[in-house]
Design a protein around this ligand. Structure first.
Ligand code: HEC
Length: 111
């Protein structure tokens, strides 16, 4: 009886902790937002709307599920797009580290 009680308490507190963690933007996403500005992504992309600038607006990208050219949105495909670019978007493989690109991807997921 007592043990079951303790167990359910543990489960509830675990669930609460995960819920809070899911809401707070990760450190990666916070750094990614800074990179989005400093690496000039924002020159070509709106982050707060779907409206096209030079490239597609990136708000709701992951919810949309497909890129402008029909490619399925996954961490791998988005990473590939940033690493290799797609004219007129420049490739970023020489301008950003793998870790930085991952941070930008985490940020894009929050849009
Ligand atoms: C010179 C302008 C330019 C810059 C700078 C740029 N992009 Fe792009 N980006 C584009 C264009 C144009 C496309 C659309 C390519 C296509 O599908 O033909 C695109 C496509 C994308 C896509 C796929 C979106 C979709 O719906 O097709 C993502 C994600 C993306 N860019 C992220 C970034 C990130 C992150 C950066 C900065 C590290 C960045 N871009 C910098 C122009 C740019």
């Amino acid at each position: 009886m007592r043990l079951t009680h303790l167990l359910s308490l543990a489960i509830v507190s675990f669930a609460l902790t995960s819920a809070v963690q899911a809401q707070a933007p990760s450190d990666d996403a916070v750094h990614g937002k800074e990179l989005f500005a400093s690496k000039n992504c924002a020159l070509c992309h709106n982050a707060d709307s779907e409206e096209k600038k030079i490239g597609p607006g990136l708000k709701g990208l992951y919810a949309r599920g497909t890129m402008q050219d029909g490619t399925k949105v996954t961490d791998a495909s988005i990473t590939d797009r940033i690493v290799n670019g797609k004219a007129p978007m420049p490739p970023y493989k020489d301008q950003m580290t793998d870790a930085e690109i991952k941070q930008v991807v985490e940020y894009l997921k929050t849009l």
